[in-house]
Design a protein around this ligand. Structure first.
Ligand code: 3EB
Length: 335
């Protein structure tokens, strides 16, 4: 279960045995959280429109969690679900003629993650949140997001996880400094990856977008006892494989809503439960330029409702021409 918590609620929840982990948007981690304690993803970015930081997003399991640290991955798990965070400094990963430090770090992070899934017995990767510094910057002649994609793709290939049914929902965003940070949810049972009929599958993008395609599905449907979860990957103003509405944040946001509607229709078709609706989503909106916040927010309020629990974050989207991206989730409870 996913909940948005204020700083004081977070402090009150930290001893909750069902708490699996937390992600936090802000320049600094809240006092008492960070490198120790529970799995904690620190997204080094400003939150827009709410004083720069917080609230936290917390993932809860069903039963008392077990905690561990292995291969640089800090995790907690219950009987079904494992939430983990891995943080790697690129400087600790030597590049060479064949690979940049970021490419090495990305491959190593995913290989570590897969090792933990195998050792702990949660082989099915459902959802991944990736954050890297300077995502649109170029080093060694290649955009850093493309370097990340090469390393991620290689790790999935080495683990024999490139089939459509094993590719997780994901987001990949650029933040203002900090190490490579990857949080993930994995489980004992598989999820159902979904694709968007309006978009080419990202893992089939042509080579114009980099030497290796991005390894993510558009969404994932997953079952827990009494619950069905929908994880919606970072969704941008892309139709087919092309960015549309260059330079227009409101039009890009409307295209995102159209993409979400198509994806929710797909989820509703595959699910055995009630239809997934726009106004039942919670999520994060990543806005490249803070001055676009009002335009983006107006469109999302129109589509999702004024009460929609959307956290707005100042971050770089992985194509330089994308101004905004929305990721989301929804949960259906069965009685
Ligand atoms: C896109 O549709 C926009 O590399 O993991 C969205 C979600 C995007 C996830 C990723 C990238 C990723 O291509 C970018």
């Amino acid at each position: 279960m996913h909940r948005i918590l204020s700083v004081s609620e977070l402090a009150g929840s930290r001893d909750d045995p069902a708490l699996l982990g937390v992600s936090w948007v802000g320049r600094d981690a809240p006092a008492g959280f960070g490198t120790t304690g529970l799995p904690f993803q620190h997204i080094v970015a400003a939150q827009l429109g709410r004083g720069g930081a917080g609230p936290a997003e917390a993932w809860f399991g069903a039963l008392a969690g077990r905690e561990g640290f292995a291969h640089d991955v800090h995790f907690r798990c219950d009987a079904h679900l494992l939430f983990g965070v891995i943080t790697l400094a690129e400087g600790d990963c030597a590049g060479d003629a064949g690979a940049t430090p970021l490419q090495r770090a990305s491959q190593q992070a995913y290989e570590s993650l897969f090792r933990v899934l195998a050792e702990e017995g949660y082989p099915h990767l459902w959802r991944v949140w990736n954050y890297l510094d300077d995502i649109n910057g170029t080093t060694a002649g290649l955009e850093r997001y493309r370097q990340f994609n090469i390393g991620r793709h290689q790790a999935f290939a080495n683990a024999d996880r490139l089939q459509g049914c094993t590719i997780p929902a994901a987001s990949a965003l650029g933040v203002a400094g900090g190490p490579l940070s990857i949080a993930f949810l994995a489980a004992r049972a598989p999820c159902i990856p979904l694709e968007n009929p309006r978009q080419l599958s990202a893992y089939r993008y042509p080579a114009d977008y980099g030497p290796r395609s991005p390894t993510f599905s558009r969404a994932a449907l997953a079952r827990l006892p009494g619950q069905e979860w929908l994880f919606v990957s970072g969704t941008a103003s892309i139709v087919g494989h092309l960015t549309v509405h260059h330079g227009d944040p409101a039009a890009q946001t409307r295209e995102i809503v159209a993409n979400l509607e198509a994806l929710l229709a797909e989820a509703s078709r595959v699910s055995t439960g009630p239809a997934y609706r726009l106004d039942a989503l919670s999520g994060r909106a990543y806005v490249r330029h803070p001055e676009h916040l009002a335009a983006v927010q107006a469109e999302l309020v129109r589509a999702l409702g004024a009460e929609a629990p959307i956290v707005y974050v100042h971050a770089d989207v992985c194509r330089a021409d994308l101004l905004v991206e929305l990721e989301a989730q929804a949960c259906h409870l069965f009685v």
